[in-house]
Design a protein around this ligand. Sequence first.
Ligand code: PLP
Length: 409
Amino acid sequence: MENARRAEERFEKLRNEIQDYESIKGQILTGIEDYEKIEYQKKKILKHLNASEDDYRDYHWQMKNRFTSSESLSKIIELSGDETKYINEVAARYRFAVSPYYLSLVEPDNPGCAIRKQAIPMAEELNDIGELDPMDEKGTAIHEIITRRYPDRLIIKITNVCGMFCRFCQRRRLIGETDKVVPRSKIQTAIEYVRENSEIRDVLITGGDAFLASDELIDWMLKELRAIPHVEIIRFGTRTPVTLPQRITKNLVGILKKYHPVFVNTHFNHPREITPEAKTACEMLADAGIPLGNQMVLLNGVNNDKYVVRKLNQKLLTIRVKPYYIFHPKTVKGTSHFWVKIEEGLEIMESLRGRTSGLAIPTYIINGPKGLGKTPIMPNYLLCLGKDKATFRNWQGKSFEIENFGPGA
Ligand SMILES: *Cc1c(COP(=O)(O)O)cnc(C)c1O
């Protein structure tokens, strides 16, 4: 009896640990939970473009009909006179393009909408603090399209095309004036480099957005890489499941699964991006045996909120995407309004541990400037590491001690 009572008390305490989240999570809607509103916007867009549901499902149509002017945007969402002026001014410096699909996620009358902030230019982008290439990708580039910063893996950038130009993009400098597909000869040279360097066991194909290369190019490139014995895994970096889920076609998935192990890392930043379309895209990839990871970027006004991140990560798991990294924002020029303090990121990490599945807890990463690389940080749980004792605190702040025995030292 006594034991049962104690257990009950303990569960009561545990419930209290997430009482705050339980009472607020219903107000942070996923795109599935708020789909009626999204569908309303979608219909408005279809009407404006005089298009059909079939058009909408075609990613070529989505790409061709990206919104690229304040004038066309104003037909779908509310823009004040000032906003129109700034959109035009910013667009002259950093171009913008939003797929009809991603635009349908923008709440039309909410200037604080997390989707809007990622997609639509803001006056703050004219603020010039920061650098265009804080990661010094140029300095660590081999053959222009390869960046190698680690011993056993590298990235190859195969296109500058994207479904949507994220307003916080770390590669704004490459987005340029026009969509450019990298010539095949350059990709061939990059593949040669991988072939000649036998310690490279992990090749990460990115862009731009890697999935905006053609099926044919992706098939060819995978075939070439798979023919290299020391290449163990091939990864793609793509935001298409989020900004252009129509791109995940049966044909594409059929190509990818011929070359396993293939991994895909995508980039959801907010629960609203988890729509029925995004779910279908992720499930098609997962069904093809592709492990999916998520690389979120911590952004002021978008997701610098512990409840938003918890909901995002929990709901990502339900569509079979494992939260992989949370990136601290980089000091890219024209993005200073998105920057957050490191304390905020640490607080988010602190609020996850213990209060939700370990599966929903990614690694928080600061990118060292000038190519110094990904550096993990987390709240401090190790309070004291002594010669034969170590003191910790647990997720609830209770401290404990363990003996530190072993053959070393
Ligand atoms: C991010 C990155 C990688 C991949 O890093 P992981 O920690 O293995 O995900 C590889 N090369 C470069 C240049 C990168 O920026």
